[in-house]
Design a protein around this ligand. Structure first.
Ligand SMILES: Cc1cc2nc3c(=O)[nH]c(=O)nc-3n(C[C@H](O)[C@H](O)[C@H](O)COP(=O)(O)OP(=O)(O)OC[C@H]3O[C@@H](n4cnc5c(N)ncnc54)[C@H](O)[C@@H]3O)c2cc1C
Ligand SMILES: *[C@@H]1O[C@H](CO)[C@@H](O)[C@H](O)[C@H]1NC(C)=O
Ligand SMILES: *[C@@H]1O[C@H](CO)[C@@H](O)[C@H](O)[C@H]1NC(C)=O
Ligand SMILES: *[C@@H]1O[C@H](CO)[C@@H](O)[C@H](O)[C@H]1NC(C)=O
Ligand SMILES: *[C@@H]1O[C@H](CO)[C@@H](O)[C@H](O)[C@H]1NC(C)=O
Ligand SMILES: *[C@@H]1O[C@H](CO)[C@@H](O)[C@H](O)[C@H]1NC(C)=O
Length: 527
């Protein structure tokens, strides 16, 4: 097992420098003058360049982390961000009902992050963005199996009388403990002694999560003594709304993430504002509407470079950060690189956003009497369909507040397109605006112990190697932080926090830093 602590990372980085004499290691002296400049004067426009491909959570945060090293140590590097869309944010994007920007925006992609997501939380504070708190919405939630509503409740999933009545005390309690254990371990990623990894599998074993990622959620929780009924109904409702996958398919780490909803928040105006701010603070050059079509290695006598081809032409870079799911990018890479990245199916998710003047879904659809007020958050379990019962028409259906007096926004997730007639029935003929969007939303997440490489080659890094492990906005910012550290160490003799990654930083205490409150310490921000 290659435990990827900082200690292990250093010798291998140095080994590279010895093996490849053409690579010029760059060190900074205390005056900020590079030794390279003294030993080997660079040509006039020799500022090294880094290309980032993708301006979603992963790519924009990568630019931000690099800029922290520029700010702290005067790292001399130019960053170019390539994005094929005409907007920043990737799978984070907002739309307005009726295209009317005076109405409240709706998230079409990623909508929620939680308090344990310290990078996004911290970023929203630093950038003066306002968080909307979803915990406040005490909506009645129901679990639907395609034939009947199995249970409905308001408030937290595990402490209402109805939940205890149906599932008993132990299953909710054991599930809370499974989620909390995961979160405690997750939080070590923000400490000074955070693991650093060049393999996601190594990170899994360092965090003690190999057994979580290599089991399905249902198998793992059964072993923990959680009842099958609770898993198939409550936990599956969560895995289906969060990842469009059932508990017998999704691994138990993502199962735990699906249940971790404490402090659920989103950014007023749109989560993409965080990513726009990452870029604005990074000083990177941003090229929208600029898909990269090909990346090829180019060895010169002095260094190994990467030629990045796009409508801008071909530009050479010292390093490349790929921050998009590789198979969806259409980028041509040398075979030695592509064959390292395993095929990665994504969940094809249909998102239907709409407005309605119907204050609740149609109760009759759910077998309730016409005069009943149907719950406004309907989650689903696929168990009945799997045992030959009625098939589900959707994964989740949720009301998202008023867009104006007497008109509500609704979001439906499904694995197929939702027809107009179906909407008419569900909302009793009172449908206003409708918008449909298909996403390759998140990876299919079966149990695994194999992950794509973090580093595909010298100077070439892959942010979305993290997605089959955990796929969220926050974890993409963690993945980018880790690989920016790796890149700076490998290519520039620098890092985000210490000028060089120091072998002793594991012993360093947060108290040594300027941060007054150790609890709020976030690695990379406070160093
Ligand atoms: C409907 C939905 C709901 C979700 N809900 C949540 C949620 O509540 N909370 C949460 O945390 N996560 C959620 N997610 C997942 C979350 O959106 C992703 O995990 C995260 O946004 C991925 O960020 P990324 O930067 O890695 O990838 P992306 O956001 O996909 O960014 C990649 C970017 O690369 C660009 N690109 C691709 N190819 C090229 C090319 N050849 N050249 C240039 N640019 C290229 C793409 O246009 C894209 O902008 C949700 C996703 C969806 C779709
Ligand atoms: C809404 O605005 C978008 C972007 O400006 C545009 O592509 C779309 O056609 C508009 N839709 C309607 C219904 O006006
Ligand atoms: C955020 O607000 C504070 C206090 O008003 C201000 O000092 C700071 O510069 C602002 N930061 C940004 C990024 O606008
Ligand atoms: C899963 O991981 C655990 C912990 O590392 C290990 O003991 C077990 O053998 C693994 N199981 C499989 C099926 O790979
Ligand atoms: C970020 O910078 C761009 C370009 O300068 C600007 O258009 C945009 O408004 C800025 N975004 C924010 C949120 O400040
Ligand atoms: C739900 O069950 C149906 C019927 O067995 C199956 O076809 C479908 O793939 C399942 N959905 C998911 C997300 O696994």
């Amino acid at each position: 097992m290659r435990l990827h602590a900082i200690l292990v990372l250093l010798p291998s980085a140095y080994a590279f420098q010895i093996q490849f004499p053409f690579k010029i290691p760059k060190f900074f002296s205390s005056e900020g003058i590079t030794l390279e400049a003294v030993e080997n004067p660079p040509p006039p426009s020799a500022t090294p360049r880094i290309a980032i491909i993708g301006a979603g959570a992963g790519g924009t945060s990568a630019a931000f982390w690099i800029s922290k090293a520029k700010e702290r140590f005067g790292l001399d590097v130019e960053i170019d961000v390539y994005e094929s869309n005409d907007y920043v944010g990737g799978r984070s994007i907002t739309v307005y009902p009726y295209n009317d920007t005076s109405l409240p925006e709706l998230e079409l992609g990623a909508s929620i992050f939680v308090q344990a997501n310290k990078n996004l939380w911290r970023a929203s504070d630093e950038f003066n963005l306002t968080r909307k708190d979803f915990d406040d919405e005490n909506t009645e939630t129901a679990i639907w199996d395609g034939e009947s509503i199995l249970v409905s409740f308001s408030g937290s999933w595990w402490d209402t009388a109805k939940v205890l009545w149906r599932y008993g005390f132990l299953s909710p309690k054991r599930t809370v403990s499974y989620v909390n254990t995961m979160i405690d371990q997750f939080l070590t990623l923000y400490g000074v002694a955070t693991p650093k990894w060049d393999s996601v599998g190594d990170l899994a074993s360092q965090l003690g999560w190999s057994g979580l990622v290599n089991a399905t959620t249902v198998d793992y929780l059964l072993k923990e003594g959680v009842s099958e009924k609770y898993i198939k109904e409550v936990v599956e409702a969560a895995t289906r709304v969060n990842y469009g996958q059932d508990t017998d398919h999704i691994h138990a780490l993502e199962g735990a993430c699906s249940m971790a909803a404490n402090g659920a928040s989103g950014i007023k105006g749109g989560n993409f504002l965080i990513f726009e701010q990452f870029l604005n603070h990074s000083g990177a050059n941003v090229y929208l509407n600029t898909p990269v079509s090909r990346i090829t290695p180019k060895s010169s006598e002095q260094s190994q470079l990467w030629s990045v081809k796009s409508v801008r032409g071909t530009v050479d870079y010292k390093s490349v950060i790929l921050a998009a799911p590789f198979h969806s990018t259409g980028i041509k890479l040398p075979l030695v690189l592509t064959e390292q990245i395993p095929a990665q199916p994504y969940v094809n998710l249909h998102v239907t956003l709409l407005t309605t003047t119907s204050p609740t879904p149609n109760p009759e659809y759910f077998g309730l009497s016409a005069s009943t007020e149907a719950p406004r958050m309907i989650l689903t379990t696929n168990e009945t369909a799997k045992t030959g019962g009625a098939k589900l028409d959707f994964n989740s259906l949720t009301y998202h507040g008023l867009v104006r007096e007497g008109e509500w926004a609704v979001k439906i997730f499904s694995d197929h397109e939702i027809a107009d007639e179906w909407l008419d029935h569900m909302f009793r003929g009172k449908v206003g605006w409708v918008l449909r969007k298909q996403w390759d939303a998140y990876p299919k997440l079966p149990p695994t112990s194999q992950f794509p490489p973090v580093k595909l080659d010298q100077g070439f890094y892959y942010v979305n190697s993290f997605e089959p492990f955990i796929s969220t906005m926050e974890t993409e910012t963690i993945s980018s932080r880790n690989l920016v550290d790796l890149l700076l160490n490998d290519e520039f003799g620098s890092s985000i926090c210490d000028q060089t990654i120091s072998a002793s930083s594991e012993e360093k205490q947060p108290a040594e830093t300027s941060s007054p409150d150790v609890k709020d310490f976030v690695f990379g921000w406070d160093c």
